[in-house]
Ligand binder design. Structure first.
Ligand SMILES: NC(=O)c1ccc[n+]([C@@H]2O[C@H](COP(=O)([O-])OP(=O)(O)OC[C@H]3O[C@@H](n4cnc5c(N)ncnc54)[C@H](OP(=O)(O)O)[C@@H]3O)[C@@H](O)[C@H]2O)c1
Length: 228
């Protein structure tokens, strides 16, 4: 896999899976545009990634800003990772709408902008998550949004073809530095007996960007949790 002579806009690239994806793309010779809201974290991410990284302030719910960021970057690839995750089923309608604003409408805004500039051999990858297919009341809002994202990629894969559009769906990922007790408990519930690292998910994102025969699919990195 090589990303030499390519540019990827990573919305959500200042943290977690988005940052790990930007890191892998840069290590393979690609350019990245890190887009997110928090100035300090975004600037630090771009600085750490090195000279192949630039950064842009954007809130993915602001369609005009997203369109400007993506079209000006003229990327070969687009990656979207942001989420708003209110927990529990007892959430307000406003919180549920905000979950859709960020992760459904935001990704759709970015996709519609990217289609204007992306080359025919380009690709887009969006983050989903296990709660789309395994209901967990704690993750009701993001679960239903993730299911919408997984359906969205099928429609966009057809509409934008030959540009490829896919999703990557992890289960729990250690993006927040979990303690050993929590790590052991989560690992013991999945056949792979480990907790996913952001780099594991980033590798799947890069595969989905790079593989010319993959589109409309959701790659599941759940450690085999659906088997037990
Ligand atoms: N981590 C897990 O265990 C896990 C499991 C299953 C699925 N997922 C999915 O994977 C994705 C990434 O998760 P993560 O753990 O890597 O998250 P993370 O570490 O919290 O990173 C989220 C990134 O998105 C940016 N962001 C958030 N809201 C934004 C907005 N409105 N506009 C622009 N940027 C925004 C954040 O920067 P700013 O806040 O500065 O904007 C940050 O760069 C999410 O969609 C999540 O649902 C994660």
């Amino acid at each position: 896999m090589t990303f030499a002579d390519t540019r990827t806009v990573v919305i959500g690239g200042s943290s977690g899976i988005g940052y790990a994806t930007a890191e892998q793309i840069v290590s393979e010779g690609g350019e990245v545009v890190v887009a997110a809201r928090d100035d300090d974290r975004r600037t630090e991410a771009a600085r750490t990634l090195g000279p192949n990284a630039t950064e842009r302030a954007v809130d993915i719910t602001d369609r005009a800003a997203v369109t400007q960021t993506v079209t000006e970057a003229e990327p070969d690839y687009l990656v979207c990772t942001p989420a708003y995750i209110p927990t529990g089923m007892d959430i307000s309608e406003e919180e549920l709408r905000q979950a859709f604003e960020v992760k459904f409408f935001g990704y759709y805004y970015a996709a519609e902008a990217a289609r204007q500039v992306i080359p025919e051999d380009g690709a887009m990858v969006f983050l989903s998550g296990e709660a789309a297919v395994t209901p967990d009341p704690q993750y009701f809002a993001v679960g239903v949004v993730n299911a919408a994202v997984e359906t969205l990629v099928k429609y966009l894969a057809l509409e934008y073809a030959p540009v490829r559009v896919s999703a990557v769906s992890p289960n729990v990922v250690d993006t927040f530095g979990m303690d050993d007790t929590m790590r052991d408990r989560i690992a013991s519930n999945v056949p792979v007996d480990r907790v996913a690292e952001p780099e594991d998910v980033a590798a799947a994102v890069c595969l989905a960007l790079d593989n010319p025969n993959l589109t409309g699919e959701t790659l599941r990195l759940n450690g085999g949790s659906n088997l037990v």
